[in-house]
Design a protein around this ligand. Structure first.
Ligand SMILES: Cc1cc2nc3c(=O)[nH]c(=O)nc-3n(C[C@H](O)[C@H](O)[C@H](O)COP(=O)(O)OP(=O)(O)OC[C@H]3O[C@@H](n4cnc5c(N)ncnc54)[C@H](O)[C@@H]3O)c2cc1C
Length: 601
């Protein structure tokens, strides 16, 4: 079985093998049946245009339609049984009649190990068509960011994402693959994973400090795991919790806050999540289990979850705090200010990591020029040297953004407003605006006098259950440093890690996290979206590779690079339509050993 899996996943082209891991089907476009099915997609469709905000927008649209149609059951013929072999899937576009006229639907049909499944057609996280995804060990994995859903139930099983997929029992009627459901349910793009009700209002609450992605995910996961006590979610921000990762992506300047919030205010109320906004925690007393808010309110807790995230690392560049036109991006307000300030200007970006490069991509259409100052020899070091070099060449050849390597900025010059950047070697370059994106620092200063241990940089140390050095106190998300599969602690400031940790903490609090297995099977996944490409990383981000095998180009969307340590595959980066890095998630999870020679062959 593993050999079949390895063969499938190493192949650079879409191939279908029977067995436990299968890629999305490349079904024929010819509809040989007399049913109303259709819409089969090719597996190598380019989905790079799907932004992280896609799902939220789409969900709202769907609800608009739902309100307008009646809620009567309908039978839907999806396709013919002969259209799919085992391990194949097909997106079916069907039209059903309602009292208000015809309604168009898209649904995904899957045949796996002789059984038929019908699920929502698009990933609930990013909106990408799941027909381009992969069937792995009873799961359907989205090709864009690796979100995984249970094939049978549609339940979200691997982040990123919040919601599950709608799923429909399939009926085989003679040679037709059919489902029966209400139009209302058929139109649902996403399903909120079932949560229990808050019935215990007496016991001390679980208090979550920080209502970012990790905090919100943890609150929901607690309810999903049957926690019926009080949950208090404390936020420093005055806005409803929202998706910060969109801020650096193309088109974010047009985003309205209501388009990027994770949930509505009613959602928190319905699920008994007491959201307190604009009231940061200023003190944590773990001896008495009391936290103090900025308005001096004191709250006792049963369990405390620290999810305060990070701030931008402070800049030591001379004049960076004194001149106008210098920006750092963390909140939506920063984005609005920055977008006004960079319009038609020569812009310098300090740093060449995820945020710096995504911002270069998204602001470049609005500026006169963008120059990225990269301190080291390659940008985006965390994706490996070959990808960094390929990215630099791609940006140089295909865009109007320039990357200056080994360029350390010493100071910003100007009168009131920035006019120049001065590089370490004394070189001076025109810059009418600057964006500093040089990394992050944890918001953990309020813990300084507590017994909660942090590392040298201030990240909170946790074990594999997300417990800190103090019992009943957990840390999750960007603020935590947690043990990887090899036992080494690391901070992974990324969405997938934050949501995984949030869930793990919820399982620990509800007493369900009794196995080490849950943590050892975590495989980090990271991604970057820029200049029309999405690049992904999966595997071990800590161990330094010693060998690489790189193939393809970014321009053709065929790039893939395999990273090895002592001849064993440790991670994969891809920016190709076959999403090789996503296919490898399950190989890494199952600890299937792949050697340099396997890949070379
Ligand atoms: C511009 C940008 C783009 C990104 N793009 C990507 C991407 O493409 N892919 C990816 O994987 N990751 C991306 N990330 C990282 C990703 O957003 C984070 O990993 C994720 O948000 C982590 O969530 P968190 O809850 O740990 O932290 P945060 O989202 O930072 O939330 C922490 C919250 O705690 C609050 N807080 C802080 N101190 C206190 C206090 N004392 N009391 C109460 N509340 C407090 C903060 O105000 C904040 O709301 C991006 C981040 C940014 C900023």
């Amino acid at each position: 079985m593993y050999r079949a899996a390895r063969r499938t996943l190493l192949s650079p082209l879409p191939v279908v093998y029977p067995g436990d891991i299968c890629m999305g089907t490349v079904s024929s476009d010819d509809d040989k049946s007399d049913t109303n099915s259709g819409g089969t997609r090719n597996n190598s469709v380019d989905v790079s245009g799907y932004a992280d905000s896609h799902a939220l927008g789409r969900r709202r649209m769907t609800h608009d339609i739902i309100d307008k149609v009646e809620n009567s059951p309908v039978e839907v013929k999806l396709c013919h049984i002969y259209e799919l072999q085992n391990g194949e899937m097909k997106e079916c576009a069907v039209t059903v009649d309602s009292n208000k006229g015809p309604v168009n639907l898209r649904l995904l049909v899957v045949k796996h190990k002789g059984k038929w499944y019908c699920l929502g057609a698009d990933c609930t996280y990013c909106g990408a068509p799941l027909v381009n995804g992969f069937l792995t060990f009873g799961r359907l994995r989205c090709s864009l960011h690796g979100t995984a859903f249970n094939l049978k139930t549609g339940k979200l099983e691997d982040p990123p994402g919040f919601d599950s997929l709608p799923s429909f029992p399939v009926i085989i009627s003679k040679t037709d693959v059919c489902i029966t459901s209400t139009i209302q349910r058929l139109l649902q793009h996403a399903v909120v994973t079932p949560m229990c009700r808050a019935t215990d209002g007496v016991s001390d609450p679980v208090v979550i400090v920080g209502a970012g992605l990790a905090g919100v995910t943890c609150a929901e996961a607690l309810r999903q795991e049957g926690f019926n006590g009080r949950i208090m979610l404390i936020s420093k921000d005055d806005l409803l919790p929202y998706n910060r990762s969109i801020l650096s992506k193309l088109g974010a300047e047009n985003a309205k806050i209501e388009d990027i919030t994770f949930r509505t205010r009613e959602f928190y109320e319905t699920h008994g999540i007491e959201l307190i906004l604009s009231n940061p925690v200023k003190n944590v007393n773990v001896e008495d289990k009391i936290i103090t808010l900025s308005d001096d309110q004191k709250l006792t807790y049963s369990d405390l979850v620290l999810a305060m995230g990070t701030n931008n690392r402070l800049s030591t560049i001379t004049n960076s705090n004194d001149l106008d036109g210098v920006y750092q991006l963390k909140d939506i307000e920063d984005l609005w200010k920055m977008r006004e300030g960079i319009e038609k200007k020569h812009v310098a970006i300090v740093g060449a990591g995820f945020n710096a490069l995504e911002q270069a991509s998204s602001i470049s259409p609005h500026t006169r020029s963008v120059t990225v100052h990269c301190k080291s020899e390659t940008p985006l070091k965390s994706f490996g040297v070959p990808f960094g070099r390929a990215l630099r060449a791609f940006i140089d050849d295909e865009t109007n953004v320039r990357i200056r390597l080994q360029s350390t900025i010493r100071s910003f010059d100007g009168f009131d407003r920035i006019e120049h950047v001065v590089v370490k070697d004394g070189l001076c370059a025109v810059a009418q605006a600057a964006i500093i994106a040089i990394g992050i620092q944890p918001c953990s200063s309020l813990l300084m006098k507590s017994k909660i241990q942090t590392d040298g940089e201030g990240f909170i140390k946790v074990d594999s259950k997300m417990t800190t050095t103090v019992p009943n106190v957990y840390a999750i998300g960007d603020i935590a440093t947690f043990p990887q599969r090899n036992g080494v602690c690391a901070n992974l400031p990324h969405i997938q890690a934050a949501q995984f940790q949030a869930r793990t903490a919820a399982l620990s609090i509800t007493g369900k996290n009794n196995t080490e297995e849950k943590n050892t099977c975590f495989v980090p996944v990271m991604w970057i979206s820029l200049f029309g490409i999405v690049a992904r990383f999966s595997g071990d981000p800590i161990t330094q590779p010693t060998e690489y095998i790189a193939r393809g180009t970014l321009k053709d969307k065929t790039f893939v690079c395999y990273h090895f340590k002592k001849e064993e595959l440790i991670s994969v980066v891809d920016a190709c339509t076959e999403s090789i890095a996503i296919q490898f998630i399950d190989i890494f999870k199952k600890k299937i050993k792949i050697t340099y020679d396997d890949v070379k062959r």
